[in-house]
Design a binder for this molecule. Structure first.
Ligand SMILES: [Zn+2]
Length: 56
């Protein structure tokens, strides 16, 4: 028997729901950053990494 009442990260509203990956941050991750084919990392506005702007 196992009571799995531990902390479970479960998407609540679908694939478009992301939270900031900054440790301890529970804010909404509105900004997704992906390098190449890597899995996108999501951060809130405050913790978003410095995004290298493309020189269009
Ligand atoms: Zn954050």
């Amino acid at each position: 028997m196992s009571d799995e009442t531990g902390e479970v990260k479960a998407p609540a509203a679908g694939p478009y729901v992301h939270y900031c990956e900054h440790p301890g941050c529970k804010k909404w991750g509105s900004f997704g950053f992906a390098v190449g084919r890597a899995t996108p990392n999501w951060f809130c506005y405050e913790h978003r990494p410095e995004w290298k702007k493309r020189n269009a």
